[in-house]
Ligand binder design. Structure first.
Ligand code: C5P
Length: 356
């Protein structure tokens, strides 16, 4: 069976067509979004002039996600504010234990979203993209530990290849390290630590979120409202802790340009896309999409930042992508996991218009 193809369920039915379409559309859009986010963060963080506070950008992205999810829920409730308020009260306040579960990934994602700025500000865009693919390894490890997934020998081998590919790119970068730190204020080691911690947090938070999302009936939009509430609060705390005095002096929107706003929009949109991809596909297919985005951002980097692709970089990147492909091959004799049950609450369309 081809990777990503969807089997009929026990009763011989095909999952609803809308869900299948959403799965492929969300994956395809994720490829483009991922590549453009990395490139645009790199662009705005390396421009001369006033530098915006990355911590405030993280808060803005959380608020945007929160507002978007609330608007989607309002559309689902056919514009009925009272119905929406009761629905949210029930899901967020009455079922508070359920809401509290989202504090964990929220804290981790807030840390990760801040670290992403640190990493991209200190590493070339393509190096960041390739090294960040190590999150496929951490995702696999956390899936085995937390979701009790089993991996085939081929999949373990592909993880080794992934390591090798990332290591080759690191060796290639090592040669340029001195010239980079001499010629600018970028610190390669800081960037590398930030990206490795991001990989750990991405793997854990991704699997934790997948477990919560697929283990309950609550919609992806409600989950993201819960995530956004914590994300905004924690993001503000992070901003106060790291840039409190500067923000008080220069203002929350210091250094914001149209390019910065577009990065924030992109990040918020990407977060919601990740949630949809985890819901309709899974973390493995998400890895596939992001590996394609390496090609897109590398090729674009050549034009935008004069990044030089040599043989070693190409070999490393090819290994990473080959490994992602191998990892995603279906295990012999094991049917692919069934897709999540269609959930009317996940749709953008009001319930009454939906036909299963
Ligand atoms: O690199 P990775 O795939 O781990 O990035 C996940 C991103 O998606 C983070 O920026 C996180 O804040 C965001 N996200 C989200 N809502 C979810 C899951 C992830 O906004 N439900």
């Amino acid at each position: 069976m081809a990777v990503g193809s969807v089997p009929a369920d026990g009763a011989g039915r095909r999952p609803n067509e809308a869900n299948r379409k959403l799965k492929y559309i969300s994956l395809a859009v994720l490829v483009v979004q991922n590549a453009s986010l990395i490139l645009s963060i790199r662009y705005v963080r390396t421009l001369p002039g006033d530098r915006f506070f990355a911590t405030s950008a993280v808060v803005m992205a959380e608020v945007l996600k929160l507002i978007t999810c609330l608007l989607i829920i309002l559309v689902q409730k056919r514009g009925n504010l009272k119905e929406m308020a009761l629905f949210l009260y029930d899901h967020i306040v009455v079922q508070y234990a359920d809401t509290l579960k989202l504090a964990v990934p929220s804290l981790i994602y807030t840390l990760q979203n801040n670290l992403q700025y640190v990493a991209i500000s200190n590493l070339p865009a393509a190096t960041f993209q390739v090294t960040y693919q190590l999150k496929i390894l951490t995702t696999a490890l956390f899936s085995v530990l937390m979701l009790r997934k089993t991996l085939s020998k081929l999949q373990w081998l592909s993880l080794l290849l992934l390591f090798l590919g990332v290591a080759i790119v690191q060796v290639q970068q090592e040669g340029k390290k001195e010239s980079v730190s001499e010629s600018s204020d970028q610190n390669y080691t800081v960037g590398l630590v930030a990206v490795v911690v991001s990989c750990l947090s991405s793997g854990f938070a991704g699997v934790y979120f997948e477990k919560i999302l697929k283990g309950s009936a609550a919609s992806v939009w409600v989950r993201n409202v819960q995530l956004g509430i914590f994300g905004t609060a924690l993001g503000l705390l992070g901003m106060w802790w790291k840039n409190g005095e500067e923000v008080a002096e220069h203002g929350f929107l210091f250094g914001y340009t149209p390019a910065v706003y577009s990065v924030i929009l992109n990040q918020a949109f990407g977060g919601l896309l990740v949630a949809l991809v985890v819901k309709y596909a899974d973390n493995i297919l998400k890895g596939f999409a992001t590996s394609f985005s390496i090609i897109v951002s590398t090729v674009t980097s050549i034009y935008l930042f004069a990044f030089q692709v040599d043989l070693l970089f190409s070999a490393g990147a090819a290994l990473v992508m080959g490994a992602v492909y191998m990892y995603s091959l279906p295990k012999a004799g094991t049917p692919a996991a069934p897709p999540p049950p269609p959930s009317k609450e996940d749709s953008l369309i009001p319930k009454s218009v939906l036909i299963d």
